[in-house]
Ligand binder design. Structure first.
Ligand code: AP5
Ligand code: MG
Length: 189
């Protein structure tokens, strides 16, 4: 089973390229952001906790996120593979994922790092704000999310490099080309 991590700054296309990989390869898709937004929509206790963090552009606590991830992962095992979109986001989460996978005889197949300039990211997210209305898609919160990404998530680049699974993709203005490059990398797993 393939265990594919897709990571990058807010708006880098994690959800967009995950959808392309699901369509092409039939993987299951875990977006921790989508999981949390569904909990908020459902009005659950977890949703109430998560809403405050998301609106502030902050990460929800690692222990909470790790428990959710493990249970969603277990519900998806047995298929062709799983795409992790938005997890891990901290070094603690990366260590937890390694353990969760190892306990199940699995490991990370590849970690796809999406590199996009901050100007483009801001344009995309302000564009999406008009259509989707996410509570964290306003300029102030987007800037906070960029800072959180830089301090808490970017160190994962080195982590995955050390694990020998890092694959980097730089957006140069052509979305279809980037999709093709990512698909080619995953095809070779
Ligand atoms: P999450 O939902 O993961 O948000 P994010 O990381 O900020 O990323 P986005 O979903 O905004 O962007 P994306 O990279 O998926 O890009 P997309 O494909 O949509 O997390 C939200 C919050 O939940 C976090 O802030 C945190 O509070 C909490 N959370 C989630 N996971 C957590 C964890 N593990 N630990 C703790 N807390 C966690 O693309 C963006 C837009 O650009 C789209 O509208 C798309 O159509 C458009 N677009 C235009 N051109 C392109 C192009 N060429 N390529 C891709 N997209 C394009
Ligand atoms: Mg997303």
């Amino acid at each position: 089973m393939h265990n594919i991590i897709i990571f990058g700054a807010p708006g880098s296309g994690k959800g967009t390229y995950s959808a392309a990989l699901v369509e092409r390869f039939g993987y299951s898709h875990i977006s921790t952001g989508d999981v949390l937004r569904a909990e908020i929509q459902a009005g659950s206790q977890l949703g109430r906790i998560a809403a405050g963090y998301i609106e502030q552009g902050m990460l929800i606590p690692d222990d909470l996120m790790i428990d959710i991830l493990a249970s969603v992962y277990d519900s998806m095992r047995g298929g062709k593979g799983v795409i992790f979109d938005g997890f891990p986001r901290t070094i603690v989460q990366a260590g937890a994922l390694k353990r969760i996978l190892a306990e199940r005889g699995e490991k990370v197949s590849v970690a796809l790092n999406l590199i996009v300039s901050e100007d483009v990211l801001m344009q995309r997210l302000l564009g999406r704000a008009l259509s989707e209305g996410r509570t964290d898609d306003n300029e102030e919160t987007i800037r906070k999310r960029f800072t959180v990404y830089d301090t808490q998530t970017r160190p994962l680049v080195e982590w995955f490099r050390n694990e020998g699974v890092l694959a980097e993709f730089t957006f140069r203005g052509d979305k279809d080309r980037m999709i093709d490059e990512i698909i080619e990398r995953v095809e070779n797993l």
